[in-house]
Design a binder for this molecule. Structure first.
Ligand SMILES: NC(=O)c1ccc[n+]([C@@H]2O[C@H](COP(=O)([O-])OP(=O)(O)OC[C@H]3O[C@@H](n4cnc5c(N)ncnc54)[C@H](OP(=O)(O)O)[C@@H]3O)[C@@H](O)[C@H]2O)c1
Length: 327
């Protein structure tokens, strides 16, 4: 695995280039501010009546309507929600990507699954920081950064990889390290990790554990402590020491129980469901379902969100967070 750090990255491909950051949300605000603080010429592209315009301007950034920002720039960073890229494209953003420009993403979904088409004679790259936008900004301000991956979908100029690395360095990621991947690898791995493990699997595992204890007559507060609250301490150990290191830091009883029951829970049925999840992502079925639901007004998404927000696990969660925050 080749890792680039600031010392190995030529900043020249970004010199004198104007960068339009489209969207001022989680990633957009961090990219725009970090780029600006590194001395780059940045404009933020926002939709008409955007609530973010005042925030961006208060931070000292100039703002323009989306199409004007893209027309004015050499590099256009598409930092809108993935499901909003097709509508923005339909509004004429694609036509602003004239030959010689660079189109940049922080996630590969829209390109990899053909949600929008790469304009001809435009370089298309990805720079994906490995963490949320708030961390990207906070770590940058603290003098550090997040690692990032970069990829090239279309290299018309012959300079797309160098430009992607220079951009990754300019948002602070070269302080830690930048690794090359492909749009396919980033997109499919990222969606799988979110769905099977990080945002889908782990919370549903917590919920199932919580519901098992409550159904067996234990108090919701105890069930929440054991199945949700303590997860942070375990994840912090894994983050710092790896999974094997975590086992050595917990009690022998917890470790023996983990070996005895872990594979009973995460059994062949779960692994088969994971393979199905990956197949659903790779076939494009997931991207189609998601962009389709967005186009229909987020009906399925909103219903699922409302159901989860209202579930029994949230009540002890609120009480325990209030207790802990008081201390
Ligand atoms: N969230 C993360 O930390 C994270 C991490 C890694 C990669 N990514 C990737 O980064 C990209 C951006 O994600 P995000 O989470 O940063 O997005 P986000 O926070 O949801 O983006 C919100 C911004 O997009 C603007 N916007 C939304 N719909 C729009 C439309 N139709 N036309 C114009 N502007 C619109 C909003 O405008 P208003 O201000 O007017 O509401 C707001 O400024 C995605 O590709 C995502 O997969 C995100």
């Amino acid at each position: 695995m080749k890792l680039w750090r600031d010392g190995d990255i030529d900043p020249q491909p970004l010199q004198g280039k104007k960068i339009a950051v489209i969207g001022y949300g989680a990633q957009g605000h961090a990219h725009a501010l970090n780029l600006r603080d590194q001395g780059h010429d940045v404009v933020v592209g926002l939709r008409e009546g955007s609530a973010s315009a005042a925030k961006a301007q208060a931070a000292g950034l100039s703002t323009l309507p989306v199409i004007d920002a893209a027309q004015s720039a050499d590099i256009v960073a598409m930092l809108l929600p993935d499901e909003q890229m097709a509508p923005a494209w339909a509004d004429g953003l694609g036509q602003a990507l004239t030959p010689g420009k660079t189109l940049l993403f922080a996630h590969g979904l829209a390109m990899h699954f053909g949600v929008i088409a790469a304009p001809p004679q435009v370089d298309v790259v990805m720079v994906a920081p490995k963490g949320p936008g708030a961390r990207l900004r906070a770590d940058f301000v603290a003098g550090s950064g997040l690692p990032a991956i970069f990829a090239v979908h279309q290299d018309c100029s012959g300079a797309a990889p160098a430009l992607a690395r220079a951009y990754a360095s300019a948002i602070g990621c070269g302080r830690i390290g930048v690794i090359e991947t492909t749009f396919k690898e980033e997109c499919e791995c990222d969606l799988f990790g979110e769905q099977a493990v990080l945002c889908g699997g782990i919370p549903d595992l917590m919920r199932a554990g919580f519901e098992t204890l409550v159904a067996a007559g234990f108090s919701p507060e105890m069930a929440y402590f054991e199945c949700v609250f303590e997860a942070k301490a375990v994840v912090d150990l894994i983050y710092a020491r790896g999974i094997a290191g975590m086992y050595t830091a917990i009690s022998n009883t917890a470790e023996f129980g983990a070996y005895r029951s872990g594979s009973r829970i995460i059994d062949e049925h779960v692994r088969a469901a994971m393979r199905q999840t990956l197949a659903d992502i790779q076939s494009g079925a997931f991207a189609q379902a998601w962009t389709g639901d967005a186009a229909r007004g987020f009906t399925a998404f909103s219903a699922a969100r409302a159901l989860r927000a209202d579930s029994a696990i949230e009540t002890p969660g609120r009480a325990i967070r209030a207790l802990v925050e008081k201390d």
